[in-house]
Design a protein around this ligand. Sequence first.
Ligand code: LLP
Length: 423
Amino acid sequence: TASATQADDAHRHFDGVDLQALAQRIGTPLHAYSASAIHQRIGELQAALTGLDATICFAVKANPNLAILQLMANAGVGADIVSVGELRRALNAGMPAERIVFSGVGKSTDEIAGALSVGIMRFNVESLDELHTLQRVAQAQEVTARAAVRINPDVDAQTHAKISTGKSENKFGVSIDEARRWFAERSQLTHVQLDGLHVHIGSQILSVEPFRLALQRVAAFWRELEQAGHPVNSIDVGGGLGVCYRAGVDQPVAAADYVGAIREALAGFRGRLLLEPGRYLVAEAGVLLTRVIRVKPGIERTFLVLDAAMNDLQRPSLYDAWHDIVPVADERRPLATYDIVGPVCETGDTFARARELPECAAGDLLLIKATGAYGTSMASTYNSRPLAAEVLLQRGRYAVVRRRQHFEDMIAGEQPARNWETP
Ligand code: LLP
C-alpha cells in the first residue's frame, strides 16, 4: 500500500488550536476537548427539543471534568448522576439541584440521604428495596422525595453486550409488571411522590428502532397508568445516542430523528421530558494526543508504541472499540500497517490492530479521535502511570482543566504498614 497517500491538513488544528504547539506546551498524553464542538451538540439537541417541556441531564459519567460540567451548567444543561461523587461534582460546577437526577442500581442509604438533603429533582428508582429505603430516608428528613421507576423494557439495543442495559436479563430497572404493583400501592408511600417513568436501554446505539420500541412500551404503560388514575408527571428517556467512532462506517442517528421518535411515541404527554445523553454531547468533542515512542518491527507485525496506553483510554481494550487514529502532520507519506499499542504490560493494551496509517517515526504526534466520552472518566493509574492532563479548547485558545497528575498525587494516601491494629 506504499503508493497510497493521505492528506492530514484537517488534523493540524482542533477548535482553532495548533495541536503541535499544544503538545509541545503541555506534553503528551493529553486529552483535549473542544468547547465549540460541545456547544454545537448541545445546540443541536436543544433545537430538536424546541416546543417540548424538556430538560437535558448530562450523564456525568461520560466526562466528569469540572470545566465540562460548568460548560453544561452555563448552557442550561443539568446532570444525571450515579454516585455522591458525581453529585458533588455537579453541585460544585454550579448545576442547580433541581436539574439533577440520580440513577443506578446500587445507591446506598447514605447516598440517597445526601442527594435528598440537597433537593435533587428526581430519583430513578431501580428496585423495591431502593423504593423502601427512599421512603424511610425521606420520612426521617421530613421531606417528600420525587421518584421515577426505571422500566426494563426488555429491548435489545443492538450494541455491545457490556453496554446493553434494557434486556430482562440485565441488572437494570424493573419489569412493567413490577412497576404496575408499585403504582397500585403508591398510597402507602407517604414520603415518596412516585409519578415518573424512566428508561435507558444502553449506549452507543446507532439505530432509532430500539429507542422507538422501548419508548412505545413506556408510552403504553404511561397511558395505562393515567387511565388507572396515576398521573405521570415526567418521562425520562435515558441516554444512549451513538456517535461516529469510525469515519465512513458508523452512521449515528441525527438528534432531530431521535427526538422525532420521542415526539411520536410520547404524543399527547403533557408532563416533563428528561433526557440523559452522555456520549452524544462530548465523545466527538474530545481527542487524545499522543506521541510515538518508537516503531518496533515485531516477528509478525510492526508495532507503533505510543506514550498513551489503556490506562488513558480503556475502550479499545475493554470493548474492542474502534477509534480512528490519525497523525498530526503536514506532509503526505506512504501508508503502512501497524498494530498500535501502549507501553502497558499486557497484550490488551492495544488501540488498533493491523491499522493502515501514513508511515510513522519516533516522536510523531498522533490523534486518537472521539475520546471525549468514557476516556478520562474510566482512566486509571495502572502501571503507575500518572493521569494525563486535560485541556479545553475554544477558538484558538486553550485552558488546562486538569493538570497532569504528579507522582506525589498518585501515591497520596499510601503509607508503610506502621501502626498495626485489630478492627
Ligand atoms: N443514563 C443512564 C442511566 C446510563 O446508565 C447511561 C450510561 C447514560 C444515561 C448515558 O449513556 P450515553 O448517552 O453516554 O450512551 N463505558 C461505556 C459506556 C457505558 C455507559 C453507561 N451508562 C463505553 O465506553 O462505551
